[in-house]
Design a protein around this ligand. Structure first.
Ligand SMILES: Nc1ncnc2c1ncn2[C@@H]1O[C@H](COP(=O)(O)OP(=O)(O)OP(=O)(O)O)[C@@H](O)[C@H]1O
Ligand SMILES: [Mg+2]
Length: 619
């Protein structure tokens, strides 16, 4: 029956069918890449360029020195200039790096890096071109004896190919090697939370081996000098772990492998599969070890997939993950945050979906940190600050899931704790599970959440020890001040009772003060390192950490994945404890801590300090 309206045939529809270029897709969906508003666009552009500079320097084992400059061009237009001292980029690759989406060196490598998608910097160039019509200007040099290569590039979004508008060799660039990119874009610059200023400061905290020279649009320059000359340990590339490979990927690997037999395929193309494990997998799959991988049917591939997941295989090697280390995190935090107490923790490596990762956490407490607001969370993934999507991030959720009242902070149930505290959480991983391509928040994998919880609880215990000790000091000082106040009267009374000479009152008071010193111990908070921890990672990294316990992880637990287990003592202790027990533990710890009261008593004798003013005793 006709509806009256014009019918469209399949042939008519087919006329509209056409390929969609990835560049066209992201041009329309730029919010997916972090360009949804002007403020964020400015930050994302800087972040993408700085990520690349840091990655390149570290890969080339160069201590990074990065210049970040934002020039206000008026009418919401900014020029962003990022210059590094990295290895440079070879001439033929420069146009593709900056003007072709999905071109990069990191997507296929199973190695920890900031970038992973091959989209970042070209997306920034595309956004700049879209909002100002201008090309990106790039100059790069790969060695002292070579000229620098300069080019101006745009993206042809219909084909996702670079358009080179100008190119030349330049001899005057003073740098030995490095890359400088200049992008004009529509943006908005504001200070405060989620600002470029905050991003640069936080980047400096977690990259203590790097120097940043930052000039904001108001021409104010801030230099963040490096605090260590030590580059992070080199990240090692690993092969995929069999447990993390899905059926479709396994079939693709079987089709494209160079190995001639199933046995060789399993032991060459995966990590942690030796000859014996390969044999075991073949047996479990009921496939002869000499089966030709390229000839395997879909059913055989599926049998192999199930056999892999039913065979016990060691967890992936973890030297591919490079945490910052609790000492350096603490140094970085101390450099940028003025607090009275700091502590940090680096957890032992763990694995989610076959990907190794390490969680680190730190707490800064007191000092200049605001007391009446909710704890500030500094979130990082592979040393990159995450400033947006806080609510969607696994770090926030983990923080909220902990009962912080047990550690001396106030908290409404399930909320972020309130108090003078800044919490830092870092995930180092060969593949960070972001919730979107904009790389803003970490997905809620149970293994990751569990590690975050353990790291935060460990910090919480140290904080509780400090807070309790501080309370004890305060109450002791109060009691002391009362006693001291009345000692001269007691001295006078004793003088009268014992019929001493008139001038002996002072002597008696001095003796009584000595008795007070000898009988009332005085805990001290002089040592700001009261919360310093030995990194669990440091104690385990030398060993081959092949066994990981995820037994209390709900969905992707080791029972499902079948990793062999070896539970570290530290982990066992922490994961088995309730918050209450942890709090009581910290109480014990504080009781056992060495008490150094001499200094404070001397201070008291001077009597020129206000007993209620704790700070006068801590400095
Ligand atoms: N400053 C630089 N120095 C040296 N190489 C660089 C630099 N910037 C980019 N590259 C190279 O260009 C590639 C593409 O960079 P791009 O930012 O587009 O992707 P990515 O960093 O691989 O991943 P992501 O999309 O997650 O950022 C990088 O993989 C790197 O090899
Ligand atoms: Mg990148």
């Amino acid at each position: 029956m006709s509806t009256g309206s014009k019918t469209v045939s399949a042939e008519d529809l087919a006329k509209k069918h056409r390929d969609i270029s990835i560049a066209e897709f992201f041009e329309k969906n730029r919010h997916l890449l972090g360009f949804d508003n002007k403020r964020k666009a400015l930050l994302t552009t800087i972040k993408e360029a700085v990520d690349n500079s840091l990655d390149a320097c570290e890969e080339a084992r160069i201590l990074p020195e990065i210049q970040i400059e934002i020039i206000d061009m008026g009418r919401d237009r900014f020029r962003v200039i990022i210059e590094d001292n990295g290895p440079g980029i070879i001439k033929p690759n420069i146009p593709k790096v900056f003007a072709k989406l999905l071109f990069g060196s990191k997507f296929h490598s199973m190695k920890q890096s900031r970038g992973q998608q091959g989209i970042g910097i070209s997306a920034s160039v595309m956004y700049g071109q879209l909002t100002t019509g201008r090309a990106a200007k790039v100059i790069s040099k790969t060695g002292n004896d070579k000229p620098a290569y300069y080019c101006e590039v745009k993206i042809d979004s219909q084909t996702n190919k670079p358009l080179i508008l100008k190119e030349e060799e330049r001899f005057g660039w003073v740098k030995e090697h490095g890359t400088r990119v200049e992008i004009d874009l529509e943006g908005s610059y504001q200070k405060g939370d989620q600002s470029v200023d905050e991003y640069v400061k936080n980047t400096a905290i977690v990259n203590p081996h790097s120097t940043f020279i930052y000039t904001n649009p108001k021409s104010e320059q801030v230099i963040f000098p490096r605090v260590t000359e030590q580059l992070p340990r080199e990240a090692i590339e690993i092969k995929p772990h069999p447990y993390g490979v899905e059926l479709g990927t396994l079939m693709k690997m079987l089709r494209t492998t160079d190995s001639k037999t199933l046995q060789a395929f399993l032991s060459h193309d995966f990590s942690r599969v030796g000859a014996n494990t390969a044999k075991q997998i073949s047996e479990n799959a009921a496939l002869p070890p000499n089966t030709k991988p390229k000839k395997m049917s879909r059913q055989q591939s599926e049998d192999l997939y199930h056999a892999i997941n039913n065979t016990k295989i060691m967890a992936p090697p973890t030297d591919c993950v490079v945490p910052i280390g609790s000492d350096l995190i603490e140094k970085g935090v101390k450099k940028e945050i003025n607090a009275e107490f700091y502590c940090s923790v680096t957890r032992p490596p763990n694995v989610y979906r076959g990907n190794p990762f390490v969680i680190e956490a730190a707490i800064a407490y007191g000092g200049e940190i605001k007391a009446e607001s909710s704890a500030k969370i500094l979130r990082f993934a592979n040393r990159v600050p995450l400033l947006y999507q806080k609510g969607a991030c696994a770090t926030t959720k983990s923080l909220q899931n902990i009962n912080w009242r047990q550690y001396g902070l106030s908290q409404s149930s399930g909320a972020i704790p309130v108090g003078p505290i800044i919490v830092l959480v870092h995930i180092a991983s060969i593949w960070t599970p972001y919730t979107s391509e904009a790389k803003e928040a970490i997905a809620h994998y149970p293994e990751i959440m569990k590690e975050m919880r353990l790291a935060l609880q460990e910090c919480g215990r140290k904080l509780a020890t400090y807070v309790k000790k501080k309370k004890r000091v305060k109450s002791e000082l109060k009691k002391r001040s009362y006693i001291q106040k009345y000692l001269p009267f007691v001295g006078d009374a004793l003088m009268e009772l014992l019929e001493l000479e008139q001038g002996d009152s002072d002597k008696v008071t001095d003796i009584l003060l000595d008795v007070l010193d000898d009988t009332r111990s005085m805990p001290t908070l002089k040592d700001r390192d009261v919360g310093k921890t030995v990194s669990a990672y440091e104690t385990t990294k030398e060993k081959d950490v092949g066994f990981i316990d995820n037994s209390d992880v709900e969905e992707f637990g080791s029972d499902e994945a079948g990793y062999e287990k070896e539970v570290s003592e530290d982990e066992k202790k922490n994961s088995e404890k309730s918050d209450d027990e942890i709090f009581n533990d910290s109480d014990d710890e504080s009781e056992n801590e060495e008490i150094d009261y001499k200094d404070n008593i001397d201070d008291n004798k001077d009597n020129d300090k206000d007993p209620a003013d704790l700070n006068s005793y801590f400095n």
